[in-house]
Design a protein around this ligand. Structure first.
Ligand SMILES: *Cc1c(COP(=O)(O)O)cnc(C)c1O
Length: 376
């Protein structure tokens, strides 16, 4: 058996020869060129139902940096970025590059996204100090976005959604996650994500003026011809990146459905494991996270080793969680992280890919059931 943890499947460059020749003939390689414009419009139309707009970025991390910088009100005392400790390093790095200090918050034990109660406690304890709130849509799960819109309206705090793993995820009513949200929603198209291209990302936003500011910011802050009018960096996606993105859109809906079906196989065949409570209609699974049974016979490293011995790749996102990285512990502040610690200690990330079969998922489940000593 050989089931790698992730099998990146960006569009085949060798199938795009005619498009590559046209790109070369055009002589346009970047700077929000025609392929990029087409990609942004197609994303808006096909994925977001024609609502709001899209701005491509060269990866989600740069997207988060400009979005947090744009959203955070400047002012004395407002220096904190409220975010979960249970997220990828990029969320905290982005806040730090935007000049803010991460304030690490606990998660909900069922959805694994930030806990509204823990958020309220930190918003109260640090009133006037928080510049931005950066909820992470955990592993592509849904979030109550209206709650964050309300917080922004009532407090003036900026909101940026880290939706790195959420392209293809849907709200209960079938809309794409984040469609039309007036704050920045940042998605990744890294090779390992479900919308796999290589290095790319997109910011979706229902507020056209905010999106225009982000576009300017991502092009050196050039608000007038070659003249910087605001903070800037280079977050532009190349024309080649846009071409790959356009090609990825072809079979994307099928890919998400297939991954959803594989996740359902795991959910049905691992008694004793605990799965994320799904918020919304659908998660665009990048991999399948699960909690090992509390009374598990083997340790997580031993289980991952046993899987590897059968040719099966697995991981443990996000353990360590951010507050457990020495570096982040030194440059961040934190609230109580009780639930985060318990989830991180038991989490295991199981393989999924565009080509994975149900039979393969069943074999992974069989090995896992053996590991936990289940004659349950
Ligand atoms: C993948 C990921 C990112 C970073 O995305 P890149 O496109 O690789 O920069 C940020 N946050 C989270 C939660 C992620 O999973």
């Amino acid at each position: 058996m050989r089931i790698p943890f992730l099998r990146p499947r960006p569009p085949r460059l060798s199938h795009l020869v005619a498009d590559l020749q046209a790109l070369e003939a055009s002589g346009v390689y970047s700077n929000y060129g025609p392929l990029n414009a087409k990609f942004e419009q197609t994303l808006t139309d096909r994925l977001f139902g024609g609502i709001g707009g899209c701005l491509t970025v060269n990866n989600a991390t740069t997207g988060l940096i400009i979005a947090i910088h744009e959203a955070a009100p400047r002012g004395p005392g407002r220096r904190l970025a409220l975010m979960p400790s249970f997220t990828f390093a990029a969320t905290a790095h982005a806040a730090l590059w935007a000049g803010l200090t991460p304030l690490l918050c606990d998660i909900d034990p069922e959805t694994w996204s930030m806990s509204p109660n823990a958020e309220d406690a930190l918003l109260g304890a640090h009133a006037g100090e928080i510049a931005c709130i950066v909820p992470y849509a955990c592993f592509g799960n849904g979030l109550d976005l209206q709650r964050y819109a309300r917080i922004a309206q009532q407090t003036g705090i900026g909101v940026v959604i880290d939706a790195a793993a959420s392209l293809g995820s849907q709200h209960e009513d079938g809309r794409a996650f984040g469609a039309g949200f007036p704050h920045a929603v940042v998605f990744s198209m890294h090779a390992t994500k479900t919308f796999a291209t290589g290095e790319a990302g997109v910011i979706h936003c229902g507020d056209a003026e905010r999106l225009a500011r982000l576009r300017t910011m991502g092009n050196f802050g050039f608000g007038r011809s070659r003249e910087a009018t605001m903070p800037g960096l280079n977050s532009k996606l190349s024309e080649l990146g846009a071409l790959l993105g356009l090609a990825k859109l072809h079979d994307f809906e099928e890919i998400v459905r297939h991954r959803d079906a594989i996740a359902a196989v795991y959910r049905r065949n691992l008694p004793g494991f605990q799965f994320q409570r799904v918020v919304g209609r659908r998660i665009a699974y990048q991999f399948v996270p699960a909690l090992l049974p509390e009374d598990c016979r083997m340790s997580r490293p031993a289980i991952i080793e046993a899987l590897a011995a059968e040719g099966i790749g697995a991981a443990h996102y996000f353990s360590p969680h951010l507050a457990e990285h020495d570096y982040f512990a030194g440059v961040s502040r934190k609230g109580d992280l009780c639930e985060t610690a318990q989830i991180a200690a038991r989490i295991i990330s199981l393989p999924i890919s565009d080509e994975m079969t149900e039979a393969e998922a069943l074999s992974v489940c069989a090995v896992l059931r053996r590991c936990i000593g289940a004659n349950r």
